[in-house]
Design a protein around this ligand. Structure first.
Ligand code: 5GP
Ligand code: ZN
Length: 136
């Protein structure tokens, strides 16, 4: 299902044009309008899912296989030195467009970008507590 007011539904389904790198029945891969680095791309499922929480298992598996294929192709053609897969869920986590998408961000030596967080020191007890919270 498409969602009427969703810009990525419109892009994924070709109602709004985009720089398309790949398309099949279920996905479109486009260049990000405001790239973090040359070749920054977005994998968009054509079916609307607001985030990973809503994505079907089938679309989730296919998205990662597609990311792998795109990564190989883009690394070959762009001669990047590596790449980041980034996938944000929820405003707090930095999601700004509420249609599931996976960023493929090619990385180049000295590109000045950072996909980063501040590592914190925690005790073994804290790790044990959170492990219990998730697993029990
Ligand atoms: P998020 O922060 O939700 O993970 O990422 C949304 C991404 O979509 C951003 O990197 C932003 O530049 C990109 N974006 C937003 N609107 C458009 C658009 O209309 N076209 C394209 N190609 N990219 C978009
Ligand atoms: Zn959508």
């Amino acid at each position: 299902m498409k969602k009427d007011d969703c810009i990525f539904c419109k892009i994924a389904n070709g109602e709004i044009s985009s720089k398309t790198l790949y398309e099949d029945e279920e996905f479109r891969v486009i260049l990000d309008l405001k790239p973090a680095a040359k070749g920054h791309a977005l994998i968009l499922p054509k079916e609307h899912a607001s985030s990973l929480y809503e994505l079907s298992d089938e679309a989730a598996s296919k998205a990662l296989v597609l990311a792998k294929k795109m990564a190989a192709r883009m690394t070959d053609r762009l001669e990047c030195d590596g790449l980041n897969l980034v996938q944000n869920n929820g405003e707090t986590a930095g999601q700004t467009v509420m249609h599931f998408h996976m960023h493929i961000i090619p990385r180049y030596k000295n590109d000045g970008q950072a996909i980063d967080w501040e590592p914190k020191d925690v005790s073994q007890e804290e790790l044990e507590e959170v492990k219990k919270q998730i697993t029990e």
